[in-house]
Design a protein around this ligand. Structure first.
Ligand SMILES: [Zn+2]
Length: 268
């Protein structure tokens, strides 16, 4: 099942920390690394540290295309899938890694070279300080990329309590550039020169566009359905919140009705 890069050495040195990343038949580099670089591999810890500056960036509409590309980007999507997409090991489609090449298109780390990594890691603290300073010293900063009103939900899928509590709420997708955001947080919305508060009702990590989270029943290339079949289990906030460097969805209370792409949420 695991597809390794058999020509690569058994042990690969991470250019960020010097740690050895395993590359064996049982633990292929595509599973053990944190990201692929232009000319090497990063360990998961170093990739994680760089994520706030280099969040995954989704630019195409093929989140679930199955392609065979043995050593290209698999770990990132495998990790995301395992953690967040509820893969079913018995399902022949869902148990297979999502498009490796798609992951690479989404991962800005894949554009870096090994020789850049040390400097990049050294610059992360300054980057985070600068982000915090830009937003009045906030400890948590979320970059809003997409916005949509919560769609009409199906009682049998979402449950009546969810339909009631999510009436008039706003779904947003974007990146946590600093800190973490979780359900229950009262955040400050930075909308142009305006500042106001809204409550986070749901936090979910995601690996693609907002519409694919809102409409699991949508079909690529077709107009979005008028009613969402999103399941109540997808409306449960994830423990630990949406953390630094991750892309995800937050559902906000109706106060955030005018929030727009390019806005920012801060907390603390
Ligand atoms: Zn490392």
């Amino acid at each position: 099942m695991a597809v390794g890069n058999e020509k690569a050495p058994k042990e690969i040195i991470c250019p960020g920390c010097g740690d050895v990343i395993k590359n064996t038949a049982f633990n292929p580099i595509t599973d053990t690394c944190g990201a692929m670089l232009q000319d090497g591999w990063l360990c998961p810890e170093c990739a994680y540290r760089l994520r706030p500056k280099y969040p995954m960036h989704y630019t195409d509409d093929e989140p679930a295309t199955l392609e065979k590309a043995p050593d290209a980007g698999r770990p990132i999507l495998t990790m995301l899938r395992n953690d967040f997409l509820y893969a079913d090991p018995l399902d022949p489609v869902d148990s297979t890694a999502f498009s490796y090449t798609g992951a690479l298109r989404s991962d800005p780390l894949a554009k870096l070279r090994s020789e850049q990594i040390e400097d990049e890691l050294a610059s992360i603290d300054a980057y985070k300080q600068e982000v915090s300073k830009r937003f009045g010293g906030a400890k948590n900063v979320f970059e809003v990329l997409e916005v949509a009103p919560m769609p009409k939900l199906k009682p049998f899928c979402a449950g009546l309590p969810n339909i009631k509590r999510l009436k008039g709420t706003i779904a947003i997708a974007g990146n946590v550039r600093l800190g973490a955001f979780a359900a229950g947080d009262i955040v400050t919305v930075h909308h142009g020169s305006m500042r106001y508060s809204a409550k986070v009702l749901i936090n979910r990590a995601t690996t693609g566009f907002l519409r694919w989270w809102m409409f699991p029943n949508a079909i690529i290339g077709k107009p979005l359905p008028t009613v969402s079949t999103i399941d109540s289990s997808d409306l449960i906030p994830e423990k630990g919140g949406l953390t630094e460097g991750w892309h995800g969805v937050l559902v906000l209370s109706p106060e955030a009705s005018d929030i727009a792409p390019g806005d920012v949420l801060t907390l603390g």
